[in-house]
Design a binder for this molecule. Structure first.
Ligand code: NDP
Ligand code: ZN
Length: 356
């Protein structure tokens, strides 16, 4: 293996480009992986163009992808060179106290389980490093394409996490705010959990079509009046049992609280790229006594999660193909794919780059 590699990096806030770096070193528990495919995420856009994580210099971008192992550490037991692997966007340190407390995504500090393109170089490179290979990698199931494998890095686990956070129950009416690649997986997850009605907020026609396929029953547009007015009109003034938030901004919580029944629950996985405060409307929050709960979180990562979620795809219970609208061949298309994610044209859900 060469000593040096190329990576597509954030050079500073608002600036991206290809740089050369040393190939990462493999510790005893780690693996070095060569990407088979990578996916661009809205979070990459927040990171680069909104500076949401703060300044970063020459940090290789990307946290979504799958790959082939090219090196394993001396203590890795279950994976070997040549294995084709799913790679979660979040790769916790499984022996940390935070992981033992049930919050592996915060292992080592708040959000610190999110290592790729945050605390270390990401996956948009000829090679990338995975900590705790036995704890974080999973084999790509037979018959699964590399494009589908990319959707398992972040979109499926994050969308499904919003459903877990909102604690969707049989027969619930669920509002899903945002039906990009993440929100669509919230729709699919809410449907699998037995929601009776799934009201979606989003306007891109390609997303609306995909949402119907995943079980959406009603649609509203945030561009045509407030979300809460439309939700209350549709539900006879009662509101919804659960809200999954996968789009919008700091003001979206206000709409979510106003759309929710007393005792209802919000599960937000939205990455708030800007704004200093989230406002909660006092009166609609029952003057603080409504039992309307707000849960929010970073997706859980790790091998078990990858194995379970990929089994849903492998068994045919979940089809992730409608998420994949753009596939590029060749690393040289990475910048174009990132630009697409920034511009969000009407026909886009998820762009993928296959290095070839
Ligand atoms: P997209 O930008 O593709 O989708 C956003 C959705 O929100 C679209 O349906 C869009 O509608 C809708 N929307 C935009 N503005 C508003 C608004 N003002 N009010 C209500 N809805 C609005 O994003 P992704 O699906 O890729 O990602 C969703 C979020 O999840 C991002 O913030 C991303 O960073 C975050 N994320 C969080 C993770 C976690 O672990 N917590 C992991 C990965 C991503 P329209 O159809 O009109 O465009
Ligand atoms: Zn992502």
């Amino acid at each position: 293996m060469a000593n040096m590699m190329k990576g597509f990096a954030m050079l500073g806030i608002g600036k991206v480009g290809w740089i050369e770096k040393e190939v990462p070193k493999c510790g005893p528990l780690d693996a070095i992986v060569k990407p088979l495919a990578i996916a661009i995420c809205t979070s990459d856009v927040h990171t680069v163009y909104e500076g949401a994580l703060g300044e970063r210099t020459d940090m290789i971008l990307g946290h979504e992808g799958c790959g082939e192992i090219v090196e394993v550490g001396s203590e890795v037991k279950d994976f070997k060179v040549g294995d084709r692997v799913l790679v979660p966007a979040i790769t916790p340190d499984w022996n940390s106290l935070e992981a033992q407390a049930g919050y592996s995504m915060h292992s080592g500090g708040m959000l610190a389980g999110w290592k790729f393109s945050n605390f270390k170089d990401g996956v948009f490179a000829e090679y990338f490093h995975v900590n705790d290979a036995d704890g974080n990698l999973a084999l790509i199931p037979d018959g699964m394409s590399v494009e589908e494998a990319c959707i398992l890095s972040d979109m499926v686990p994050t969308g499904f996490h919003s459903v877990e956070l909102a604690d969707v129950q049989f027969g619930d009416t669920v509002l899903v705010i945002g039906i990009g690649a993440v929100g669509l997986m919230a729709v699919a997850g809410a449907n699998l959990r037995g929601a009776s009605r799934i009201i979606c907020v989003g306007t891109r026609p390609v997303s609306v079509e995909a949402a119907k396929g995943y079980g959406a029953t009603d649609f509203i547009s945030y561009k045509e009046g407030t979300i809460e007015e439309q939700v209350l009109a549709m539900t006879g003034g009662k509101g919804v049992d659960r809200v999954c938030i996968a789009g919008g901004n700091v003001n979206t919580f206000e709409s979510a609280i106003k759309s929710l029944k007393p005792g209802g629950r919000i599960g937000s996985v939205n990455y708030l790229g800007s704004g200093d405060y989230v406002n909660i409307p006092r009166v609609e929050w029952g003057c603080g006594m409504s039992h309307k709960q707000i849960m929010s979180g970073l997706m859980p990562g790790g091998r078990l999660r990858m194995e379970k979620l990929s089994s849903l795809v492998a068994s045919g219970r979940l089809d992730v193909k409608p998420e994949i609208t753009h596939v590029f061949h060749g690393w040289e298309h990475t910048a174009e794919a990132l630009e697409l994610m920034r511009d969000k044209p009407k026909d886009l859900i998820k762009p993928i780059v296959i290095p070839d």
